[in-house]
Ligand binder design. Structure first.
Ligand code: PEP
Ligand code: MN
Length: 355
């Protein structure tokens, strides 16, 4: 539910409304509308609270009940698009295309220093890389774990890059030698990441999403939430709502392709480019696109990446590797340094042309 204050509302009127909201057991946030008039968003399940409970109060212009199943992430709740500020002049959802690139998985110091150097030389400000990998097979490489997070922190320091890395759950990572980390994966990732990635496989782990919202309530570290490969856009927005409703409003929506009947030798998923427009219209959150997982093959990545920018994506998340044929994870879809440089150059041209 949203309360629009009238132009003539006094500070005391507003304070009285805050008291009434808290007395009813709800939390609120102040949203400044495009008009500059204060708009107050009430958080929580308001299905049993009539609009009249607030409408009669002094200073109130109108009370609007959000009709959509997803509330806080909706355009109805905030007409203003959310900008996620990462500090140091880097943001997602602002005037600049948010370009994130790096390997699927962290493998070694040498690999990350090589990739960190070429990524930063292109003017890219955010590097990706998984320390914890959600693998379909238990026999596949599970990631470097905490050691990988420490390596990312070194890359951040050396090249001045922000880091996005995935938290796969609340479990304790066990390495190939059977050693178990002391703290759970999410707690470790919260400590090291600038953006916490939640993968397609976990988009429907509702308990995890709740815990994520609660554990990042104070630090409010941005969460990059990927669309589940078989999830509807409504499911996707409700998954984002789980995080926001539990305390962290800084969510970035990431499309990454959906299940396809196409043969895997041609395409891994179907790029959901059309969904960019839908999400931008339905939600106030930034929307980025991952062409690498969407198409699954290096040759098709540039086209999908550029189409997403033309369609209005706020950013891209791209897999790149210094030695793709020998990558430990997703090598076939990882672009080379040269390809990445070309995508970056063209994406900037398209961005400047359209947005
Ligand atoms: C990844 O980004 O490497 C990844 C595992 O992506 P997704 O969750 O979209 O499969
Ligand atoms: Mn990957």
């Amino acid at each position: 539910m949203i309360i629009h204050m009238s132009r003539t509302a006094a500070a005391e009127d507003q304070a009285r409304i805050y008291d009434k909201i808290t007395a009813a057991g709800f939390q609120y946030e102040v949203i400044h509308g495009a008009t500059g008039i204060n708009v107050i968003g009430i958080l929580g399940d308001l299905s049993r609270v009539p609009e009249s409970y607030f409408r009669e109060l002094a200073g109130v212009d109108k009370v609007v009940r959000i009709s959509k199943a997803y509330k806080l992430v909706s355009r109805e709740y905030s007409a203003k698009s959310k900008v996620i500020d990462l500090g140091g002049g880097v943001s997602v959802g602002a005037k600049e295309l948010a370009f994130m690139a790096g390997p699927c998985s962290l493998e070694s110091v040498e690999q990350m220093m090589t990739i960190g150097a070429y990524v930063s030389s292109m003017g890219i400000k955010i590097i990706r890389g998984g320390a914890y990998k959600p693998r379909t097979s238990p026999y596949s490489f599970q990631g470097m774990g905490l050691e990988g997070l420490k390596l990312l922190a070194e890359v951040r320091k050396k090249f001045g890059l922000k880091i996005v890395t995935e938290a796969t759950g609340l479990h304790h990572h066990i390495d190939e030698a059977g050693n178990k980390e002391q703290r759970n994966v999410l707690e470790n990732v919260i400590d090291y990441a600038d953006i916490i990635q939640i993968g397609a496989r976990n988009m429907k782990s509702y308990g995890f999403l709740q815990e994520l919202g609660i554990l990042t309530k104070d630090c409010k570290k941005p969460i990059l939430l990927k669309r589940g490969d078989s999830s509807t856009l409504k499911d996707f927005l409700l998954a984002a709502e789980y995080i926001v409703a539990n305390g962290n409003p800084n969510v970035i929506l990431c499309l990454r392709g959906i299940r396809t009947f196409e043969e895997e030798k041609f395409q891994r998923y179907t790029p959901d480019i059309g969904a960019i427009t839908v999400l931008k219209r339905e939600s106030n959150l930034p929307v980025i696109f991952d062409p690498s997982h969407a198409v699954g093959y290096r040759a098709s990545v540039p086209g999908a990446a550029l189409a997403a920018v033309a369609a209005g994506a706020d950013g891209l998340l791209i897999e790149t590797h210094n030695d793709p044929p020998n990558a430990m994870c997703d090598g076939e879809q990882s672009v080379t340094e040269e390809q990445l440089r070309d995508i970056k150059r063209k994406a900037d041209v398209i961005w400047n042309l359209f947005w």
